[in-house]
Design a protein around this ligand. Structure first.
Ligand code: FES
Ligand SMILES: [Fe+2]
Length: 387
């Protein structure tokens, strides 16, 4: 986030505090509750939002050096991502071209060759088929046509983006719409991975995402945790076409009032949270970020998997290696134990079939925006404001 934008956002938050107002969606909306429980909607979401749009699968810090690899099975297709020996980020269908097993089953690591466990056909980090045992007995094959099936892959501003469709296109401007300038200024391409964790929860993936969508609950659900350091009921909010940016308000903002604006830093008074369509939430702390990718269960709308990765500025983590664990524990204590735990009870109620709608207040504009964005992606009409 550029310095002038930091000042603008901090001013906006101070103004909201002074006037006792919050971000405003202009009215309330009632969204159909079956978006969280219906199997047909869940199937469409997976087929469209998670297969027809580019997907963020990690950060540059996940593949720090040539030969590093990463696998991902959260999208319904097995993905092997590599940094090839020239340093280029690549992604492949993680399936051997002989008879199809995954050529790599470890979550991450470093290798020069990926050797299929079945008959040991081997592929290099650029996906080329470089070894076929007993080729004279197997039959004559054209190795140049039997490399790993490559998926579109782009590394941009520290983000690793793939397209799950081999014929798909990644339009960087569209993927990062509205967020590019902020991301460029953060410099996350040099951050390193400190820790990752998986939260397997009994809640629809959108319920998980919803918990990051307003500050109305801070003084209530988080009264003994987040509310100690955050002002609730204020929010700087910008909606873009499919993405958005929220900036939460730290109580440290009160101290900035006596300092010249030229010295203001967003981290002293604000906590930016970005949403990257369809399922990525980036929580921006001081020289560290917590990136949450929320995936639907392919079979069960009432279950989701949150992959949470914590990245740090390299020198900061090197100085204090315990920071990764501390940051992750703090995050999990709040998100899993308070937000997601409450949302699991929501899921139970919604599964009853007796709840028709969920109501989004005018003070919860991010929820209005991304639920209507999801509806648009599925070809549904947006939900209008209640009159
Ligand atoms: S299936 Fe991979 S080498 Fe045979
Ligand atoms: Fe929360």
């Amino acid at each position: 986030m550029k310095p002038d934008v930091q000042i603008e956002v901090l001013r906006e938050l101070m103004d909201q505090l002074d006037r006792g107002v919050n971000a405003d969606a202009g009215g309330m909306r009632a969204f159909p509750a079956d978006a969280y429980t219906c199997r047909d909607i869940a199937r469409q979401e997976r087929e469209i939002m998670f297969r027809k749009y580019p997907q963020m699968i990690g950060m540059s810090g996940d593949l720090p050096e040539p030969g590093n690899f990463l696998t991902n099975n959260d999208l319904g297709i097995p993905v092997l991502a590599t940094r090839d020996k020239t340093g280029k980020f690549r992604a492949f269908l993680n399936a051997c071209r002989h008879r199809g097993p995954m050529v790599e089953t470890e979550r991450r690591g470093k290798k020069a060759l990926f050797s299929c466990p079945f008959h040991a056909w081997s592929y290099d980090t650029a996906g080329a088929l470089v070894a076929v045992p007993m080729e004279d007995q197997f039959g004559k094959i054209d190795r140049t046509c039997l490399g790993l099936r490559e998926l579109p892959a782009v590394e941009h501003l520290g983000f690793l983006i793939i397209h799950p469709d081999p014929e798909g296109e990644i339009d960087v401007d569209s993927v990062f719409q509205g967020l590019d300038d902020d991301f460029r200024a953060w410099g996350w391409d040099s951050y390193v991975l400190g820790l990752e964790q998986t939260l397997d929860m009994k809640l629809n993936w959108k319920l998980a995402t919803d918990t990051f969508g307003e500050t109305y609950h801070f003084k209530r659900l988080h009264k003994d945790t987040l509310a100690v350091n955050f002002h609730g009921d204020v929010l700087s909010y910008r909606a873009y076409e499919r993405n958005h940016r929220m900036v939460l308000c730290l109580k440290g903002i009160d101290d900035l009032r006596s300092q010249p604006e030229s010295q203001w830093k967003i981290q002293a008074g604000g906590f930016p949270v970005y949403f990257l369509f369809p399922n990525v939430v980036i929580n921006v702390g001081d020289q560290r970020i917590a990136v949450v990718r929320v995936y639907p269960d392919p079979e069960n709308p009432g279950r989701s998997i949150s992959q949470v990765s914590y990245y740090f500025r390299k020198d900061v983590l090197a100085e204090n290696p315990d920071m990764a664990l501390m940051f992750s524990q703090g995050f999990t204590n709040i998100v899993a134990a308070e937000d997601y735990a409450t949302a699991e009870t929501t899921q139970i109620a919604l599964e009853s079939g007796l709840v028709d709608t969920v109501l989004f207040g005018r003070n919860e504009p991010p929820l209005h925006h991304y639920h209507n964005t999801f509806r648009k992606a599925l070809g549904l009409e947006p939900v209008a404001l209640l009159t």
